[in-house]
Design a protein around this ligand. Structure first.
Ligand SMILES: Nc1ncnc2c1ncn2[C@@H]1O[C@H](COP(=O)(O)OP(=O)(O)OP(=O)(O)O)[C@@H](O)[C@H]1O
Ligand SMILES: [Mg+2]
Length: 259
């Protein structure tokens, strides 16, 4: 049995002066799983991912990561640094992630924080920027990039630290079809390398290729279903419920191959 990476027990979360956007969520994720989180706009997907990434803390319930309870009070200094090295988070909004004056500095930021030698960092950036096809962007300011370019740089700034767990919020959004295919292959190879992959998406084309398990959120901020992706794709009622298909959808067109 693989190691438990995350365990949520009756976790609830509300932003200040608002109703709960996560209600009594219980969930366990083990190492090497490939999991997609699905649900309508506003149901709480990004909030859940931010809890997993150690950026928000539940108001009630228990959240443990790698067997240790994660709480704001214990989550300072060294523990937070170690956590963020093991768990990489790609924000839904790339602008929230990018803040340096060049793409090169953006990619170097994490490794510099962890004290990696400059030569090693340069080598990693050379390799990664070739994989991401962003070599030509390295000297540009991130705020001059297109939405898709920003997304690639944001993904790069996480991959550069080679985390065990990747939490990606809408990784395919703003990517063109070629870049989406590139992302699909990237996620597949990360999965084969044994990484734990957790992502939120509305992109049903991506789901069967890069995840085996799906968590479906209801609009009342609870988990409506936790099931194998193959089972989900055979259930048009559930797909409609979580807004992955619209009311015109009758039969499922997928005849997807085993990857
Ligand atoms: N910083 C915040 N302050 C107050 N309310 C917030 C904040 N961030 C999100 N919310 C609210 O919490 C709810 C859940 O938001 P969240 O971003 O988790 O949804 P989501 O499922 O990721 O939606 P989407 O599919 O649109 O990305 C929404 O109603 C949103 O308006
Ligand atoms: Mg979201």
């Amino acid at each position: 049995m693989n190691q438990t990476v995350f365990k949520l027990d009756e976790v609830s979360y509300a932003y200040p002066q608002s109703e709960p956007v996560l209600s009594n969520i219980s969930l366990e994720i083990v190492a090497g799983e490939r999991l997609s989180i699905l649900g309508a706009n506003g149901c709480g997907k990004s909030t859940l991912l931010k809890i997993l990434a150690g950026l928000l803390f539940p108001q009630s319930g228990t959240f443990t990561a790698f067997g240790k309870k994660v709480e704001r009070e214990h989550f300072k200094g060294n523990l937070s640094t170690v956590y963020h090295r093991r768990i990489g988070f790609v924000f839904q909004d790339s602008e929230a992630q990018l803040f340096c004056s060049t793409v090169y500095e953006e990619l170097a930021f994490g490794p510099l924080q962890f004290g990696l030698p400059k030569d090693t960092i340069r080598k990693r950036i050379d390799e990664l920027s070739s994989i991401l096809d962003i070599e030509k962007l390295l000297e540009k300011p991130p705020f001059h990039l297109s939405g898709g370019e920003k997304k690639k740089v944001a993904i790069g700034s996480v991959l550069i630290l080679n985390p065990d767990v990747l939490v990606l919020d809408e990784p395919a959004s703003s990517l063109d079809p070629r870049s989406q295919t590139w992302l699909l292959h990237l996620l597949q190879s990360l999965g084969k390398a044994g990484k734990t992959l957790i992502f939120a998406t509305h992109d049903l084309d991506l789901v069967p290729h890069v995840s085996d398990r799906a968590i479906l959120f209801d609009e009342d901020h609870t988990i409506a279903a936790d099931l194998p992706v193959k089972t989900l794709l055979k259930d048009p009622k559930l797909l409609k419920q979580v807004n992955l298909v619209d009311e015109h959808y009758h039969t499922h067109p997928w005849d997807f191959q085993e990857d």
